[in-house]
Write a protein that binds this ligand. Sequence first.
Ligand code: DGJ
Length: 730
Amino acid sequence: MGIVFNSTTKTITLHTKNTSYQMKIGNLDYLLHLYYGPSISDADMSYQIMQYDRGFSGNPYESRNARTFSLDAQPQEFSTQQQGDFRTTSIEVVNSDGSYSFHGKVTGHQITDGKYRLDTLPATFQTEKDTASTLEVTLLDAVSNVEVALLYSVFEEADIITRAVRVKNLGSEAIHLKKIMSLCLDFLNGADMDLVSLPGRYGQERQVERQHMTHHIHTIGSVRGSSSHQQNPFLILCGRDATEDYGRCYGFSLMYSGNFLAEAELDQYDQLRLVMGINPKQFVYELKPQEVFEGPEVVMAFTEHGFTGLSHLYHDFYRTNLCASKFVTEVQRPVLINSWEAAFMDFDDVKLVNIAKAAKNMGVDLLVMDDGWFGKRDDDNSGLGDWYVNEDKIKCGLHRLVEQINELDMKFGIWFEPEMVSEDSNLYRTHPEWVMQIPGRHAVRSRNQLALDMSRRDVQDYLIESINSILDDADIYYVKWDINRSLADIWSNELPGERQGEVYHRYILGLYRVMDKIIKTHPDILFEGCSGGGGRYDPGMLHYYPQYWVSDNNNPIDRLKLHYGTSFVYPTCTMGAHISDSGKFIPLETKAVVAMCGTFGYELDATHLNKKQQKICRKQSNLFRKYYHIIFKGDYYRLTNPFEPGNMTAWQHVTKNKKESLISVVVTNLTCNGPQEYIRAKGLLPNALYRVNGTEEVHSGAALMNAGLPIPREVPEYTSFQFHLTKTRE
Ligand code: DGJ
């Protein structure tokens, strides 16, 4: 069993294959956090907590004679409110009497088999290979009757622990939640730790930043209504000495697609507290008696093997325990071509069929009709919300268009932006009240579009019905689900003024409900998420959709950084990556090598390619298929850091049995008469011999990992190399 309660020490220890996590029902029934790190068996780790009289750190009433007991200096599993702990809190609740206080004491705990379920939010799940066990600890504030249940599931094989929180109002009057964090993790000393996060912007998502912990609160979050381009709901706390291959790393990945917040506070005594959950900004949630509020799941991992070790834990877990789509495990993803950069909104059925015909020669399996096929949509000022075919453009009708693509032995995909509406649309004219707009004010426009109030049932049902009816009308194999603005003017016409603080979160709950209904009605469709590129690339979305568009920036050199940053937590098989016209002087082969660090496809007008270019593309599409099992199922290694000065960027995939590997290298910088450079492989069997690209060249794993492969330097700019290694014998 992965969870052990020791009734003598009152410790509860969560065990994965290589890690332990310990808490204790401590002094006065406070729930203390004792340990997270390499396995420690069931040792009682409470000896670490030293008791001092800390000036200006108050003592709870019951301990008034023991001045050494202060919550300000105790590591906790869920930090209290107004009980003498001046660090950041897990909860801020306004009780029915108007007081701001939560004083949670343990009232019970339960250990069960299986993974906990969340009723309103997406969560990871157990599989046959990796079953989970669950701990639920309840804390009660005996005065306000607010109960908090802390949920933990342990995936032993995967080395993963997940956490979530539930708040229940057991009182007789309404309370208001102003902050509720899903995770609180206290380190007794965190002064030697760094924080790594993935900030970015439109076109440059998930760049990597590392900072030392200093004595203030480091916050990462989004208030854009989505997890956003600007930040990602993922962070690493690591030792100062941690590197790609070495060192202690803790990962925290929040399964939520809306406003989120992570606060890492290094306090006056070098204690480090991390909290993570829904962003409290403009968040006030009313809980009537007996009502329950669920906070989203945090997926935690720990390794001593640096960033690579941590990424591998997330990649493996997210490849198997996050999304139930058949495209995750059973069905190979198609090579697709998307119409956006080929035609933008200027297309008709004939043009699409011609693109498909040309793409057929490039080894493409699927044509995606992007934005512009519906309502009145010749530019981005109109049409959103009218999810019916524009027959001026698709003159033969959707059904016949899909038939024509199918006759080429290709599949068909379609684009939607369901959460948005244009003012110039029939939907807006019929239902202006469905839009988020604060009464008496003009709503902020962004791409000249407005956001639908996804918290409303009628809006959700309209979207479910109208999208399902398009998907039922023709043989649709793929859907791209886009959102192209940040939210503002948060307001729902269905809620009274005093409950508008619930709208940000209710929007996300509504979105999850719509996606869930649609994927369950159409389990055979491959869905790809998108938000003006990778603006909502998070585990919440990846629970529903197995892949996500990394960025609108298709420049292969920029993509090296985009893929590098994204790979810290998300596996290659989730990364939407295409070859486009962007990067005029970059060879097609190099664009393909970069797009093979993802789902691989095209984003260009295939009719503009000559026969020779089409042939190159066909070869690359076939290579992607050949290497699919390595790229999608293997272990991924970052061999260089594109954010550091260097002449090459390289990465590697290795099959789990280490019999095959693919090393990809892009030369990003040429120097005249430069030194010979070598790329050192990772993850191979040292004693095995590997054949390089099916030639007579054979090297041992040890040679490839310690000395490396020489990379030719006298080559044209932006040349790329792929080294396919196959194991010959031990
Ligand atoms: C933003 C996406 O990232 C693009 O790929 C494209 O689908 C456009 N939206 C369409 O409006």
